[in-house]
Design a protein around this ligand. Structure first.
Ligand SMILES: [Zn+2]
Length: 91
């Protein structure tokens, strides 16, 4: 099923209306409605971009937790320095 939407109005308050010509128009502003594709290409690009930013961060966290559970050496100062660096990155 293809959904229609108005690109100018708030999706919350939109309602469809049929114009005298027979095509669907926005009930609020009277603009022609645009077909909404099932999966937008922009969403895929955004998802890829977001994951490419988040994955190294998640990987760092996993690495950090692994090191805290089973530290490779007893140098705790190095771990706390790493924690500060990550805290600064997140804020
Ligand atoms: Zn509209």
């Amino acid at each position: 099923m293809v959904r229609y939407y108005c690109p100018y109005c708030n999706p919350k308050y939109q309602f469809q209306k049929q114009s005298s010509k027979g095509n669907l128009i926005c009930g609020l502003c009277g603009e022609d409605l645009v077909k909404k594709p099932f999966i937008r290409l922009n969403q895929i690009i955004a998802l890829v971009a977001a994951s490419s930013l988040l994955l190294p961060l998640i990987y760092t966290f996993i690495f950090l937790i692994k090191n805290q559970i089973n530290p490779p050496n007893k140098n705790y100062q190095a771990i706390s320095t790493l924690m500060i660096i990550i805290k600064e990155k997140l804020s």
